[in-house]
Design a protein around this ligand. Structure first.
Ligand code: SAM
Ligand code: SF4
Length: 388
C-alpha cells in the first residue's frame, strides 16, 4: 500500500473561509473580510462539531484537517478549542494526524509554534512557486525568500511538513519548471503537492483567459510536464501516491487518504462536505457555503447543514471509483466488499473493464482495481466512460 496502513480512518475536516486577499486563480470557498468576530466563529464551529458527533455516534478520529481559505489566520486558541472538543466528542486515536494549511507570509510563520502548541503536528504550506515573478503573477502575498524562511520555521515547529507548488503556468518552459522542481526537491520535503494550474470559472484568471490575455500551455505540453514531473519525483524517492501528491514511504497524508479510500469524515464549517454513516447508511452532508449566512444558521439551528441525503449503492460505487482511482494503489478488493459487499468485476461493466485493461489504462487483479499511470493522466475521460 501507500506506506500507510489501510486501517479504517475517520477524519474531521474543518473549513476556515477567510483569506488576506483573493488569489486570481482560486475558486475555493475563501473570502476577504476586514474583521472577523472570532468569538462567534469559535462558538459556531464548536456547535457544528457537537452536531456532527451527535449524528455520527461513537467513532475514533484518526485525522483532523484545518483547510481553507487560510486557516493559518485562525487564532491558535480556536484551533486548540476545536481539537479539545473533537477529543472530548469522539476521542483522538494515538498518533492522530492534525494538519493545518498555512500561507507562508512572515506574520503567519510567527504563529507556527502556537499552532504546534495547540496540537497541530503537520503543516501544509502554500508555497506555490519559488520564483518572485511567478508569485507576483499568482497574486501571492509572499516572496520566495519568505516562503523559504517559513519552511525553516515550520521545520522547527512540526514533525511533518508538506508544501504545494503550481506548475504549467503561462509561459513557463519545461526547463524552468525542471529547475524549480529541483530547487523544491533540494529542500528535502517528505511530502509535496504539485498542481497544474487550472482556469476555474468565476476567477480573475478565467476572465483574462477568455479575453485572450492569458495563454495556457497546450494539452500536449501540459501532459509532457506531468510525465517529467512524475519521473523526477520517483527518481527523488517521492513517487506519486495520488495524481498530484507525492511522498516518501510513510509520508502520505492520512487525512486525504481517508477521502480517496472513501472512508467517513465529518465536514465542519461553511461549504464543507462530509460523508458520514449512521443507522446503517452512508450520508452525504453539505454545509451552507457563504460564511455569514452559515454563522447565522448555526446560531439559529445549532448546525450549518444545508443538505443531507443517504447515498444509494449505485452512487456509492461511483463515488468510491472516482476517488479510489486517483490513488496509485487504486481500490483494494476488500474495500469493495466492505462498502458494497461484492467484487469489482460484479459491480462494473465487464466489457468496459476489459477494454480499459486492454488499452493499458486499468489493472484488475487479486489486490483490487487501479488505474495505470496512463489511466490516471486521463482520469476524467476514463471515469466518464467506465461510469456512464
Ligand atoms: C485551499 S488552497 C490553499 C491554502 C492556502 N490558502 C494557500 O493558498 O496556500 C489549496 C491548494 O490548491 C492549489 N490551487 C488552488 N487553486 C488552484 C488552481 N486554480 N490551479 C492549481 N492549483 C490550485 C494551491 O496550490 C493551493 O495551495
Ligand atoms: S489560494 Fe489560498 S490564499 Fe489564495 S484565495 Fe485561495 S485559499 Fe485564499
Amino acid at each position: 500500500m501507500t506506506g500507510t496502513d489501510a486501517v479504517s480512518g475517520f477524519g474531521v475536516y474543518l473549513h476556515w473561509p477567510f483569506c488576506k486577499s483573493k488569489c486570481p486563480y482560486c475558486d475555493f470557498n475563501s473570502h476577504v473580510r476586514e474583521s472577523v468576530d472570532q468569538e462567534r466563529w469559535r462558538r459556531a464551529l464548536l456547535a457544528d462539531l457537537d452536531h456532527a458527533a451527535a449524528k455520527s455516534g461513537a467513532r475514533r478520529v484518526t485525522s483532523v484537517f484545518f483547510g481553507g481559505g487560510t486557516p493559518s489566520l485562525m487564532p491558535p486558541e480556536t484551533v486548540a478549542a476545536a481539537l479539545e472538543r473533537i477529543d472530548a466528542l469522539w476521542g483522538l486515536a494515538p498518533g492522530t494526524e492534525v494538519t493545518l494549511e498555512a500561507n507562508p507570509t512572515s506574520a503567519e510563520a510567527g504563529r507556527f509554534a502556537a499552532f504546534a502548541g495547540a496540537g497541530v503536528n503537520r503543516l501544509s504550506l502554500g508555497v506555490q512557486a519559488l520564483d518572485d515573478a511567478a508569485l507576483k503573477f499568482l497574486g501571492r502575498q509572499h516572496s520566495a525568500g519568505e516562503a523559504l524562511a517559513a519552511l525553516d520555521l515550520a521545520r522547527a515547529a512540526f514533525a511533518r511538513i508538506s508544501f504545494d507548488l503550481i506548475y504549467a503556468r503561462p509561459g513557463q518552459s519545461a526547463a524552468a519548471w525542471q529547475a524549480e522542481l529541483d530547487a523544491a526537491l533540494a529542500l528535502g520535503p517528505e511530502h509535496i503537492s504539485l498542481y497544474q494550474l487550472t482556469i476555474e470559472e468565476g476567477t480573475v484568471f478565467h476572465g483574462a483567459w477568455r479575453r485572450g490575455e492569458l495563454v495556457m500551455p497546450e494539452e500536449d505540453a501540459a501532459a509532457a510536464l506531468f510525465e517529467t514531473t512524475a519521473a523526477r519525483l520517483t527518481e527523488a524517492g517521492l513517487p506519486a501516491y495520488e495524481i498530484s501528491n507525492h511522498a516518501r514511504p510513510g509520508g502520505a497524508c492520512r487525512h486525504n487518504l481517508t477521502y480517496w479510500r472513501y472512508q467517513d469524515y465529518a465536514g465542519i464549517g461553511p461549504g464543507a462536505h462530509g460523508r458520514l454513516s449512521w443507522d446503517g447508511a452512508k450520508h452525504a452532508t453539505r454545509q451552507h457555503r457563504a460564511p455569514e449566512p452559515w454563522l447565522d444558521l448555526v446560531e439559529r439551528q445549532g448546525h450549518g447543514w444545508r443538505q443531507v441525503e443517504a447515498i444509494d449503492a449505485g452512487q456509492r460505487l461511483a463515488e468510491m471509483v472516482m476517488m479510489g482511482l486517483r490513488l496509485s494503489d487504486g481500490i483494494a478488493r476488500r474495500a469493495f466488499h466492505d462498502e458494497l459487499d461484492s467484487d469489482p468485476e460484479a459491480l462494473l461493466p465487464a466489457e468496459k473493464l476489459q477494454r480499459l485493461a486492454g488499452e493499458g489504462y486499468l489493472e484488475i487483479d487479486a489486490a483490487g482495481l487501479r488505474a495505470t499511470a496512463a489511466g490516471r493522466q486521463r482520469l476524467d475521460a476514463l471515469l466518464g466512460y467506465l461510469l456512464a
